[in-house]
Design a binder for this molecule. Structure first.
Ligand SMILES: Nc1ncnc2c1ncn2[C@@H]1O[C@H](COP(=O)(O)OP(=O)(O)OP(=O)(O)O)[C@@H](O)[C@H]1O
Length: 332
């Protein structure tokens, strides 16, 4: 299908990916191909869809690829190995790091040091062809080009900072569709589980009938984490910072760890940094250290979480109009 992605029929496309259903809408000619449908659109139609013709074509191709990767069987990965490249000044990066399923690794470093670059290198399974010159091996080998380009989405799921939904679907339809694509026996029940789980992570509750476009940033992030943890077949998950806004970060990570994936999370948050088994420290574009979290550090987590609760409570109180005459002790 990937060779001529736009030869897919409209009715097949709508079945494969909910985004098509939202984009195409009810159609009198379900047996047209995507390419033929695109050719029938006039400028009014394109205005309504808020795409130029070129953009819409690219978008349709991306949706076909996404549907392909969602239908793909679960891929097992036994190891992810990151081989050093060079820092921003061109000096060699001393790095040979192997990660296995169940590993949870934080990526820390000053703003602009190269945390997202490291996640990006893994996402595209870099082979010395990105600014860092790093190389990524899967199960000890260079991934086949097909895995790299056509289906890298199967191996790696990335939750980026900007999770904007453009399709107008309900949360329930969206997650159910994912479950169907992954051939899960009871998609309705699986969707209910994902939504319940996302609601545990997010502060403000939402339901299956909420529209995706109405979700707040924290809610959509929670939904994506629950979806990846419970339904995704991708064995490697990359998270570019779980922001503070109303999401239980610790619980989110527990969920991902339980799903036996390799999880890398770039973060400025000390709790997440210490919650990981290991933390990769980045400076000037290169990994400067890989630190194992010690027992002593883990023991500090409880205290840090108390501080964190204090800050959240203060945030909540101020949000509700409280005045801060005296600093509450909150038992610290
Ligand atoms: N080894 C490298 N060689 C050359 N350029 C690099 C290297 N590592 C990172 N960069 C570049 O440096 C810039 C900043 O990196 P990046 O966005 O990854 O930082 P960050 O640590 O994620 O920052 P923030 O904390 O603000 O999100 C990017 O343009 C990135 O491509």
């Amino acid at each position: 299908m990937s060779a001529h992605p736009l030869s897919l029929r409209l009715d097949e496309a709508q079945r494969l990916n909910p985004a098509f259903a939202a984009l195409i809408g009810p159609t009198p000619k379900p047996d047209l191909s995507l390419a033929e449908w695109l050719a029938t659109l006039g400028s009014d139609d394109l205005d309504r869809l808020k795409f130029s013709r070129v953009e819409l074509e690219a978008h349709l191709r991306a949706l076909v690829m996404q549907a392909d990767s969602l239908r793909a069987p679960v891929v097992g990965v036994h190891s992810l190995r990151i081989l050093g490249g060079r820092d921003k000044n061109g000096r060699a990066e001393q790095l040979d790091l192997e990660l296995r399923p169940g590993a949870i690794v934080s990526v820390v470093g000053p703003t602009g040091s190269g945390k997202s670059r490291l996640l990006g290198d893994i996402e595209c399974l870099a082979q010395g062809d990105t600014p860092s010159g790093r190389r990524i091996l899967i199960d000890g080998e260079i991934p086949e080009p097909a895995r790299r380009w056509a289906a890298s989405g199967k191996l790696v799921a990335q939750l980026s900072q900007n999770m904007n939904f453009v399709v107008d679907l309900t949360v329930g339809d969206f997650v159910e569709m994912h479950a169907e694509c992954r051939a899960i026996d009871d998609p309705e029940q699986a969707a209910a589980q994902v939504i319940a789980c996302a609601n545990e992570l997010a502060g403000e509750k939402f339901s299956a009938t909420t529209s995706l476009t109405q979700l707040s940033g924290g809610q959509s992030r929670a939904l994506m984490i629950a979806d990846v943890a419970l339904l995704s077949s991708s064995p490697i998950v990359l998270i570019d910072e779980i922001e503070n806004a109303g999401i239980n970060r610790r619980q989110a990570l527990d969920l991902l760890v339980a799903s036996d994936k390799i999880v890398l999370i770039s973060t400025h948050d000390p709790i997440l940094a210490l919650y990981a088994h290991r933390r990769i420290v980045i400076a000037a574009g290169a990994v400067s250290e890989v630190i194992e979290t010690t027992e002593a550090e883990r023991a500090h987590l409880a205290t840090l979480e108390r501080y964190d609760r204090l800050m959240s409570e203060l945030r909540e109180q101020l949000r509700h109009g409280a005045r801060l005459d005296a600093l509450p002790s909150f038992g610290i």
